[in-house]
Design a binder for this molecule. Structure first.
Ligand code: NAD
Length: 297
């Protein structure tokens, strides 16, 4: 039976470390601040922003919420971003996605000052990660890396397969694993022989958005599995269940360690947003990252 990787506990540990570091910064008079921008009234997005703001404040940091109407123009949004770029109380800026159709998300994300881009989606930050010199890294893949490092320690020389090549998860994950000296393969919707690729992997990160795509028989015995997928499935009883991209009940019999869905990668994403905000604040003050932070060295 695989070890079940507990993302909730790992996220709590990370938040405790962040809270302690933030408290230590208060005596030199530094208070990390995160600005969150929400455009429109989508209830799911509003709930994400609310939970991000609550957790930011629980860690002792300042949260600045900017809720704009659906009718906001791109120009108005860009003006707000410029204002936040110049605000010394704001160390991190997050624009909640998706944006309304009339706004060009790439143009907006590219306007955030790269040092305040705590989602790690600015082209300067994606290029730095691809170049092996990461600055701010997208939160979900960073969370996956923390879980892998907690579980395995040094990842050097491991055979890693990432399924998915999105800008948000798969692509940055592959670059991160390469920076950890893994031998990395990236698979996607046009890849052939996915099962064979999986059988070679010591580390498997699955971010395809396809319920139970990876079967137990595809997994190398003892492999470490990180399941990023979140899929809603409607049962015959009318209830909705969350399932990952890995057939958990089959995989748990073969893998060495596996993240559950929910309770695996999910909780790490907001914790890593808080970490990125802390690290951005430290960097903007010319201070170095704490010893415990992943990628600190
Ligand atoms: P996406 O749709 O942008 O990308 C999916 C990727 O998977 C694509 O690159 C595609 O080529 C690949 N893919 C699709 N079907 C495939 C198949 N049959 N075989 C191989 N590759 C295939 O999705 P995303 O934003 O990267 O998210 C992926 C999943 O992760 C979704 O379920 C999403 O809900 C979840 N997610 C979870 C978190 C979290 O915090 N846990 C965060 C972001 C995304």
């Amino acid at each position: 039976m695989a070890h079940i990787i507990d993302g909730k506990t790992a996220a709590q540990t990370l938040r405790t470390q962040i809270t302690q570091q933030v408290a230590a910064l208060h005596s030199p008079g530094i208070s990390p601040g995160l600005a969150m921008v929400l455009v429109g009234e989508d209830p799911a997005s509003a709930s994400y922003v609310h939970s991000k703001a609550r957790q930011t404040e629980e860690c002792g940091m300042q949260a600045f919420e900017h809720k704009l109407p659906q009718s906001t123009t791109q120009q108005q949004l860009l003006r707000l971003i410029e204002q936040l770029n110049g605000d010394a109380r704001v160390h991190g800026i997050l624009v909640q996605l998706p944006l309304p159709d009339h706004i060009d998300a790439v143009a907006v994300l590219s306007r955030i000052a790269p040092d305040k881009d705590v989602d790690g989606l600015h082209p300067v930050n994606t290029a730095r990660l691809a170049d092996g010199n990461p600055n701010i890294v997208p939160c979900t893949p960073l969370g996956c890396l923390v879980l892998l490092r907690n579980e395995l320690g040094d990842l050097s020389g491991k055979q890693a397969l990432v399924i998915g090549r999105s800008h948000l998860v798969g692509r940055p994950m592959s670059h991160l694993l390469l920076s950890q000296h893994c031998t990395v393969t990236t698979a996607h919707s046009r890849s052939q022989n996915l099962a064979e690729l999986c059988r070679q992997a010591d580390i498997l990160v699955v971010a395809a958005g396809q319920p139970e795509l990876v079967r137990g028989s595809w997994i190398k015995p003892g492999a470490t599995l990180i399941d990023v997928g979140i899929n809603r499935q409607h049962g015959e009883d009318g209830k909705t269940a969350l399932v990952g991209d890995v057939a958990f009940r089959e995989a748990v019999e073969v893998a060495g360690a596996i993240t559950p869905v929910p309770g695996g990668v999910g909780p790490m994403t907001i914790a890593c947003l808080l970490l990125n905000t802390l690290l951005a604040a430290l960097r903007q003050q010319g201070m170095s990252a704490p010893e415990w932070a992943v990628l600190a060295h």
